[in-house]
Design a protein around this ligand. Structure first.
Ligand SMILES: Nc1ncnc2c1ncn2[C@@H]1O[C@H](COP(=O)(O)OP(=O)(O)OP(=O)(O)O)[C@@H](O)[C@H]1O
Length: 574
């Protein structure tokens, strides 16, 4: 019930529209059915003496129609058509709304996650996120559809009950009481479905997290003939999921199977009471039986829809709590100053740790503008972390990061990041065109910007020589390009928004010497315009830089600031 109310509160306008439409549909149907009463009276040659019958006859007189068999038949058929038209519009609206709800929930989660602290984001398994965006959002949106239907069916049942009350309040009340008892008895099946739904939500999240991890490393597992290990674990999780799904389906089937015979028994008892005990007239009894069958049928349908709602609702709450948790971990930027980068960067006495592991105990680095700085050091020394500190993705415990003498604390982070071009260690290109890979959805970057960036990155000649040029599709993870070409596209992506500072994390680690040489030349050319900081173990990159820092033991030490350090000397340091 909480989910039902929440859905309506979160999407009030859409829910209201759908409900009003369904209500109109219910009224249209009820009116067309009540016309049955005088129809039946006329059909059996009786006079129309019930209140409802009189009302219909009077209404027909009002609009200048005689209550003949033909007119009443037309009223019934017309009412049904009107109901059909309203239902068509309603169903359309429900369909649009379900799609809208799914999109709104997905966007909400993505937005909250992207706005969260980097350290929090890193802890989120990609598979769980994919599951939330795909499966949970879909199930949650279906939950919305079931909610609206529960309400609509309940309203329809109410409308029918009111109409039935006019005919015989005793029979209606009796049936409603029996209906309520039936509802409560069968509620056990609804609760069991809810438990199965919760289990499914939990297992699906687990399964997709594991699946995405396994698929990410399938090549090495396959090469070592260890893919059957993954297979066994996945099979176990799939078996559990299947069990939960089977439980849900069994409970649904049980509810459906039990409702039908009980409904038949109730209808038969009602018929007996009306004919033998209350001695109602045959047309009245026939209409009443028809209406009560509908009321109880609608109550049954309401319960079945409610059962479907509780099977899906856990997905909605899982999705909402994921978004809420991400919002609690939102990155908070306190600074408001607009940064400049005309003098340089200065890291002073930086102390930083991951949980209890100290990475920097007293880090001091000065980086003048238009310098080309290489950061070297053993694996795990903290080079990538240093880049994270510069971007504001990690925050020092103490010490200061100064941009042109202004503390990063006081600077608007988004403005600062806009001045950064970042090429990560593991750039993944999208399965899309080269142009899309450079724009990555940023509408402020023009095609001319992309072309300029490709030229700056030394990629223009090879892109231009491709049959579709900038519109060439690069394939899955950029697989249709060479490693060096992919890396130059990644550099072009980092340059497209005209940054001032270029940060590169191991840009050539996967490249052959020739591709590496080309990237180094590109970087040297770029250093005339940009301030470049590159993390690398590669002698060619270190030689290309004009300043070299070694990061070790929580500190950074300047090894060279004149240009070309001897590669052999550096190798010993690395
Ligand atoms: N998000 C994180 N949470 C906890 N520990 C982390 C996190 N990121 C990195 N570390 C740890 O901090 C240390 C420094 O990591 P970092 O990636 O900065 O090293 P690096 O010098 O760039 O290494 P490499 O040359 O191997 O890329 C490593 O020991 C790593 O395990």
């Amino acid at each position: 019930m909480r989910t039902l109310i929440t859905y309506i509160m979160v999407f009030p306008k859409r829910s209201a529209f759908v409900l009003i439409a369904l209500l109109l549909a219910g009224v249209a149907e009820a009116l067309s059915l009540t016309a049955l009463l005088p129809l039946l009276s006329i059909a059996v040659g009786e006079s129309v003496d019930s209140k409802m019958g009189q009302l219909i006859v009077n209404m027909l007189h009002e609009i200048g129609l005689e209550p003949t068999l033909e007119t009443i038949l037309l009223v019934i058929v017309g009412g049904m058509f009107l109901k059909g038209a309203i239902l068509l519009l309603t169903n359309q609206q429900v369909g649009h709304t379900v799609a809208h709800v799914a999109t709104a929930l997905r966007l909400d989660l993505i937005k909250a996650l992207l706005a969260s602290r980097w350290q929090y984001y890193l802890r989120q398994p990609a598979g769980a996120l994919a599951n939330s965006i795909a499966t949970e959002a879909y199930r949650a949106a279906n939950g919305f559809e079931h909610s609206v239907n529960v309400l609509a069916l309940a309203i329809e049942a109410l409308v029918y009950s009111i109409v039935a009350l006019f005919i015989s309040w005793e029979a209606t009340l009796g049936s409603l009481i029996i209906g309520a008892i039936l509802f409560m008895v069968l509620h056990r099946l609804v609760r069991a479905t809810k438990r199965a739904g919760n289990k499914q939500t939990h297992l699906l999240r687990h399964l997709l997290t594991y699946l995405s991890d396994v698929l990410g490393s399938v090549k090495s597992l396959k090469a070592m003939a260890r893919d059957n290990v993954a297979d066994v674990i996945l099979r176990e999780q799939t078996r559990l999921l299947e069990k939960a799904t089977r439980k849900e389906v069994t409970n649904r089937a049980a509810l459906l199977a039990l409702q039908e015979p009980i409904l038949a028994a109730l209808t038969a008892s009602g018929l007996y009471l009306a004919l033998v005990i209350w001695k109602l007239s045959l047309p009245e009894v026939m209409v009443m039986v028809f209406l009560l069958t509908r009321v109880l049928g609608l109550l049954n349908k309401t319960q079945r829809r409610y059962q479907q709602l509780v099977a899906q609702e856990s997905a909605y709450w899982a999705l909402r709590s994921a978004a809420e948790e991400a919002r609690m971990e939102a990155e908070r930027s306190t600074g408001t100053l607009i940064p400049t980068l005309e003098q340089g960067l200065n890291l002073r006495h930086i102390v930083f740790s991951y949980e209890r592991k100290t990475i920097f105990s007293d880090l001091n680095i000065e980086i003048p503008v238009h310098s080309f700085t290489a950061l070297i050091g053993s694996s795990g020394a903290g080079k990538s972390t240093l880049l994270d500190l510069l971007c504001g993705l990690a925050e020092p415990e103490s010490g200061e990061i100064l941009i042109d003498g202004v503390s990063l604390h006081n600077i608007d982070l988004r403005h600062w990041r806009h001045m950064i071009g970042y090429v990560s260690q593991d750039t993944v290109l999208l399965h899309d065109t080269i142009l899309s890979n450079i724009l990555v959805g940023d509408s402020t970057i023009s095609v001319e910007d992309a072309e300029r960036a490709l030229r700056q990155a030394g990629a223009w000649d090879f892109v231009n020589s491709l049959p579709d040029g900038i519109h060439t599709i690069v394939g899955e993870r950029g697989g249709m390009l060479s490693g060096g070409q992919r890396q130059r596209i990644a550099i072009a992506r980092a340059l497209a928004h005209q940054p001032k500072l270029l940060l590169l994390d191991e840009p050539t680690s996967a490249l052959d010497p020739e591709s590496e040489r080309i990237i180094c030349t590109t970087l040297q050319n770029l250093s005339k315009e940009f301030t470049i900081i590159v993390v690398s173990h590669q002698p060619a990159v270190i030689n290309a830089a004009n300043r070299v820092f070694i990061v070790s033991n929580g500190k950074a030490e300047l090894l060279s600031d004149t240009g070309l350090p001897a590669v052999t000397d550096l190798k010993e340091e690395i």
